[in-house]
Design a protein around this ligand. Structure first.
Ligand SMILES: [Zn+2]
Length: 237
């Protein structure tokens, strides 16, 4: 499951990895918290017509990467906060789809380099995602009406500064760029070329890559396992 704030965030961030996983037979669902309905500076659209267009662009971009499930939560673009309402919407989806891995936006990023302030929706969606995963979605007594508890095994933060995992996207870079260009209202050819360059920079110029901070969440062990582990440690001591 990939949880993002706006249509095109996934294509900028992790679509090469998603295309690679989809090729390997992984079932993937994209969750878009907003439909990007303020994402234009031209007078050509209303919020409604822009949202409809951007949802269509997102579905096309997903399909290019082999992803056929896209959920839109339709929160208002530019106004997302890490509210309890958003956390509960994400818990419901995590419990329904039961993903092993969630790719999330990194809520820690505020300043990016010397020329970019990270969008507040990105940070809000990132923190709501982490809060939904740990521990809420896994706790049976919390919101039982939202579904059976589910423990996500790994969280992959995209656009993280302290990456600890790099995915070689040599085989899917062109697919990623094609998916990015499906966002016709947002992305032109020059932007796609810049993203190609970023991919090589992320891969230390060895290969095009996408970089992530991966967190492997500990599975809650049974009492018996803990007793065995304590016994082993006592023996070793
Ligand atoms: Zn965005």
């Amino acid at each position: 499951m990939v949880i993002a704030a706006h249509p095109d965030d996934i294509e900028f961030g992790c679509a090469g990895t998603c295309a690679k996983w989809a090729r390997a037979g992984t079932r993937i669902v994209y969750v878009l918290v907003t439909s990007g309905d303020i994402g234009s500076r031209t007078p050509d659209y209303t919020r409604e017509t822009l949202a409809a267009l951007r949802e269509e662009e997102q579905r096309t971009a997903a399909a290019i990467c082999g992803v056929h499930e896209v959920v839109f939560l339709r929160y208002p673009d530019g106004e997302v906060t890490p509210s309890l309402a958003l956390r509960k919407d994400l818990i419901r989806l995590i419990r329904a789809y039961r993903p092993e891995v969630v790719i999330a936006m990194d809520p820690r990023r505020v300043l990016v380099g010397d020329d970019y302030i990270n969008h507040p929706d990105h940070r809000a969606v990132g923190i709501a995602t982490l809060d939904a995963i740990a521990p809420s979605a896994a706790m049976p007594l919390l919101y039982p009406e939202l579904g059976e508890p589910h423990q996500v095994r790994e969280v992959w933060l995209q656009w993280a500064e302290d990456a600890n995992c790099w995915v070689d996207i040599s085989d899917t870079l062109e697919i990623k760029l094609q998916a990015l260009l499906a966002h016709k209202s947002q992305v032109d050819a020059a932007t796609a070329e810049r993203v190609r360059l970023w991919a090589y920079e992320a891969g230390r110029r060895l290969c095009p890559a996408e970089a992530f901070r991966v967190i492997r969440l500990a599975q809650v062990p049974h009492d018996g396992d803990l007793r065995n582990e304590a016994a082993t440690l006592a023996t070793q001591a």
